[in-house]
Design a protein around this ligand. Structure first.
Ligand SMILES: [Ca+2]
Ligand SMILES: [Ca+2]
Length: 331
């Protein structure tokens, strides 16, 4: 599917395009989630845990298409440069709609870039992330972390609750051009209880410590709240992680929350939830550059009891966040 098609088909005049208004106002969030019937759908949670000596790094995905896939043409393209050419690895079936490919072991400190290529039974292809190979998934060998800069969709997240649906916004971003927000168009609604949660968990069973960090800005009325929550049971139950967010913060600031209490757990997920009462709805909460930084067992910590932030934040930005390519970073 073409990006242009997605933008046109989800614009507000799409049902009745005319010469005066064309396809209407572009709805960015709906465009990113747009899947016409028959489209290839790839659900992939990015590789988080990669260390030298593991043997290989598994890229897993659920891939579906209404009229069938050409399973001989499902591939992971990868390299360590982030630019063409890429090496192709055929994906194997893991049963049902699940497929995987193993990227070979790399030296510690290497950044591995990859994207998923799928072909349907008509020979039409789809790429994930959207915009590949300009946009790519990446991970750093020896610096395990979950990272999301929200530049390539919200594939790693699920939404729910009452009120507006969480989605992407181009109104503000810390890096790149997009951030994650509770109410992409305008203010949040009265009596909201709306959330966005990680689709899969991060494994903290073999780490010494773990830290959640993200950048955010917000305008949340004083009787309304943003909560950061953690689940260790696959999203069935959630507990609050530190203080709730409320009030106004007009520029992006970094927020960190220790996940040390969850070391030893195999499935640790983060959720952001916004609640409101019936008065004074405001613009809401913008989140960008989310990291869950893992300090693996056996790696000596530099000092103190916190994971050093320099561990991953100061180097080896994923390709889509290469500092030279940023053209709209409003802090
Ligand atoms: Ca971003
Ligand atoms: Ca809003």
């Amino acid at each position: 599917m073409m990006v242009r098609e997605a933008l046109m088909m989800t614009a507000n005049n799409a049902d009745d395009p005319d010469n005066d208004y064309g396809w209407g106002i572009v709805n960015l969030t709906e465009a990113i989630f747009y899947h016409p019937e028959g489209d290839i759908v790839v659900e992939h949670f990015p590789v988080t845990f990669a260390t030298e000596g593991m043997g290989s790094y598994r890229v897993s995905a659920e891939i579906t298409c209404d009229h069938g896939l050409n399973v001989g043409e499902l591939k992971v393209f990868w390299n360590t440069t982030g630019v063409e050419p890429f090496d192709a690895i055929p994906m194997n079936s893991a049963g049902g709609d699940s497929f995987y490919a193993d990227i070979p072991d790399q030296g510690s400190g290497t950044t591995v870039y990859y994207y998923i290529y799928a072909q349907d039974s008509y020979g039409l292809s789809g790429l994930q992330p959207l915009g590949a190979p300009e946009h790519l998934y990446s991970f750093i060998v020896g610096s395990p972390r979950f990272y999301d800069g929200f530049e390539v969709g919200t594939y790693a997240w699920v939404t729910g609750g009452d009120g507006k649906k969480w989605g992407l916004s181009a109104d503000y971003s810390y890096t790149g051009v997009l951030s994650l927000t509770d109410s992409p168009l305008g203010s949040y609604e009265s009596s909201s209880n709306t959330w966005v949660a990680m689709r899969a968990g991060v494994d903290l069973s073999t780490v010494n410590s773990a830290l959640l960090s993200f950048s955010h800005r917000y305008k949340i009325y004083t009787d309304d709240f943003g909560y950061i929550e953690v689940s260790t049971d696959g999203g069935s139950s959630w507990e609050q992680l530190g203080e709730a967010i409320s009030g106004a913060q007009d520029s992006f600031v970094e927020e960190t929350r220790s996940l040390d209490d969850y070391v030893g757990e195999q499935d640790v997920r983060i959720r952001f939830r916004l609640t409101s009462d019936v008065f004074d709805n405001q613009d809401g909460w913008y989140i960008d550059d989310l990291n869950i930084i893992l300090n693996p067992t056996g790696v000596e910590e530099e000092s103190g009891d916190q994971v050093p932030l320099a561990f991953s934040l100061s180097q080896n930005y994923p390709k889509q966040l290469d500092r030279d390519s940023l053209f709209d970073s409003r802090g």
